[in-house]
Write a protein of this length. Structure first.
Length: 277
């Protein structure tokens, strides 16, 4: 799936179990942000545009089947899909999508990110140590911004120590749901910090809401170094509330977001072993 000598960049998409304000029969990540285009599909497209070699969606067992019905088993790398050669189909690079269950007792974005990164490392390393992810790219499905511009930053995302997308100067270090990268050493630090926060909450005077205890800023502001490269977004909308969703739909930016095309994202399955349909 990836060329020899390139780092394994694993895309991590945390789908928090608890629904927020929409109160629909489906999860908030399946809300449309453009005709025929959902928030989770946009997040997957972002990972593909950033250059991820695998994509890992962390979601509850009752959410994953609905998400998988929109995404399928793989998507196409939009950069490779645009190359024109004698045999275009041979130049395509499919990106496998994996679905891993979230822990309902640790229902927070921070825990889901760490669990997804651990699972990606565990599964890849079980095949061979050379497949272990060397970096993770985290995308949040309930944040909307232009994903196409990431094309020019592919090399930085893969090669730089850490890259943070920022909205008016605010990054994940400030609790903003903007994409960022981190490495295996950062993963170990994040896991240790989450375990310490969990123990403090469990044996403290009172038990607090998990989203407050394990908020993004509390975890990653201590893990992601401040000197990381920041990439300012041209526009950013948080749709994790009804008000934010309405603001996005009524903005001029909603007209800039559209489905990237069925060749990139549509429901497709891998052929069974020994079968070529």
């Amino acid at each position: 799936m990836r060329k020899k000598g390139t780092a394994h960049l694993a895309g991590i998409i945390p789908v928090v179990h608890n629904s927020l304000e929409f109160n629909m029969d489906w999860h908030d990540c399946l809300m449309p942000i453009a005709p025929g285009y959902t928030a989770i599909e946009h997040s997957v497209y972002e990972c593909a545009m950033a250059g991820c070699h695998t994509i890992w969606i962390i979601a509850a067992d009752d959410v994953s089947p609905l998400v998988r019905r929109r995404i399928g088993d793989f998507v196409q790398d939009p950069v490779f899909l645009g190359r024109k050669g004698k045999f275009p189909s041979k130049d395509r690079r499919p990106i496998p999508v994996f679905y891993t269950p979230s822990d309902e007792h640790r229902d927070s974005a921070a825990w889901s990110i760490v669990q997804g990164a651990l699972r990606a490392t565990e599964v890849s390393s079980a095949i061979t140590k050379w497949l272990a992810p060397e970096k993770f790219y985290v995308s949040f499905p309930l944040s909307v911004y232009d994903a196409k511009f990431l094309r020019q930053y592919r090399q930085s995302i893969i090669n730089e120590d850490n890259v943070l997308l920022s909205a008016e100067g605010r990054t994940v270090r400030d609790g903003e749901h903007a994409a960022f990268t981190f490495g295996p050493n950062d993963l170990k630090k994040s896991l240790a910090l989450l375990n310490r926060l969990e123990n403090d909450n469990l044996f403290g005077d009172q038990e607090n809401d998990t989203k407050d205890v394990f908020s993004l800023d509390k975890v990653f502001s201590h893990v992601i170094i401040q000197e990381s490269e920041q990439i300012e977004l041209s526009f950013y909308h948080s749709i994790n509330s009804w008000g934010g969703y309405c603001d996005y739909l009524s903005s001029e930016h909603s007209g800039l977001i559209r489905h990237p095309g069925k060749l990139i994202i549509s429901y497709r399955e891998w052929n069974p072993v020994g079968t070529d349909d």
